[in-house]
Design a protein around this ligand. Structure first.
Ligand code: KG4
Ligand code: ZN
Length: 341
């Protein structure tokens, strides 16, 4: 394997296949996105109301090479310019992960460049820094996706402390379940976001669960929505969606700003699919302005799954830890690496 000194000219090809997006991107120097291609499988899963793991694996298998080829063509670089391959090794769906990991290892061997395994959750933390490398640490990152809801203190590159997390459903899961119940389709987050624009967020006062410290809980809210709609069958779906969304955003923003105050953070960044939510973006910025700290919202494309954040995180991990041995497997239950205290 070629020896590599990681620096501003180092070009990393990122690959992401942990769930229902096949993505590839070329990033230089950790933050310069040269190309980013995402092939979404949403249409394939929509009729089932959620991601079907076997369908996801098969679609990744079909799309991986074309998506990588497109990322290279759009970057306008020759393959020989690629210095390393970064790929999500977990967490995610085992079959889906295996397609990306196997493909990435094959590219690494064929092109004789290092392979670096990336933690998908850590990569989401990087989406904010990727678009604004001037962000100063320590930062609080509110990571809200379909599978996770976490408040993370990013002290330094690779140095994270978990400040709080959901004790039951993830925020995105709550959006998806409520949308399914209201018959708004899949994925639920964008559907609720759109419908809520036509509703009154104060029409129904749904409960704001506030477990201890900086943890979250969303399953009671989901049940409250179901019970309310069953008791009021004529209620407007737009009002339910808007009131539900207001309740989720209220607790997310309240706890995120409390976390920032507790650790003296310079700002709060968003990450994960739910960070694309319009109300959350607006409320978080307002809260940060009030508290005199920076609020950073990655573009919507960087919030949802993409490979630019994988390549970026891969660049930093390659620089700190070197290449990952090729005998590493796909790790569906991988957790965010945390500091001891
Ligand atoms: O990070 P992501 O793309 O995939 C992982 O879970 O890793 O997040 C997907 C989640 C889904 O639950 C989806 O409904 C939610 O993000 N989501 C949104 C919005 N866009 C996507 N939730 C609320 N509002 C949105 N605009
Ligand atoms: Zn994700």
């Amino acid at each position: 394997m070629r020896e590599l000194t990681v620096g501003p000219d180092t070009v990393v090809l990122g690959i992401e296949t942990s769930c229902d997006e096949t993505a590839a991107a070329i990033v230089m120097g950790g933050t310069d996105i040269v190309s980013s291609v995402v092939s979404s499988q949403i249409d394939l899963h929509a009729e089932f109301g959620g991601v079907v793991p076997e369908i996801a694996s098969r679609a990744h298998l079909e799309m991986l090479n074309p998506v990588v080829a497109r990322a290279i063509v759009e970057a306008g670089v020759d393959e020989s310019r690629i210095d390393a391959i970064a790929c999500t090794i977990g967490p995610g769906l085992i079959g889906a992960l295996l397609v990306g990991v196997s493909g990435a290892k094959a590219y690494s061997l064929a092109w004789d460049v290092p392979f670096v395994g990336v933690n998908h959750l850590e990569a989401h933390l990087y989406s904010a820094l990727l678009e604004d490398p001037s962000l100063e640490l320590p930062l609080v990152v509110l990571l809200v996706s379909g599978g996770h809801t976490m408040l993370v203190e990013m002290r330094d590159h690779g140095a994270y402390r978990l400040l709080g997390q959901t004790i039951d459903d993830a925020a995105g899961e709550a959006f998806d379940k409520v949308a399914r119940f209201l018959g708004l389709g899949y994925p639920g987050g964008p559907a609720i976001d759109a419908v809520a624009l036509h509703g009154d967020p104060e029409a129904i006062r749904f409960p704001r669960a506030v477990p201890e410290g900086l943890d979250f809980s969303f399953s009671g809210l989901k049940t409250a929505v179901v019970n309310y709609v069953r008791a009021h069958p004529d209620v407007s779906s737009a009002d339910v969606a808007a009131s539900f969304q207001a309740a989720v955003v209220d607790v997310l923003v309240t706890k995120a700003r409390r976390a920032a105050r507790e650790i003296g953070a310079t700002g709060i960044a968003l990450g994960g699919g739910v960070a694309a939510n319009s109300l959350l973006r607006e409320e978080l910025l307002g809260a940060c302005a009030e508290d005199g700290i920076r609020g950073f919202l990655p573009s919507r494309a960087m919030c949802t799954d993409n490979a630019a954040m994988i390549a970026s995180c891969g660049w930093y991990r390659l620089r700190s830890d070197g290449a990952t041995p090729l005998d590493v497997g796909a790790l569906p239950n991988l957790r965010l690496p945390l500091l001891a205290s």
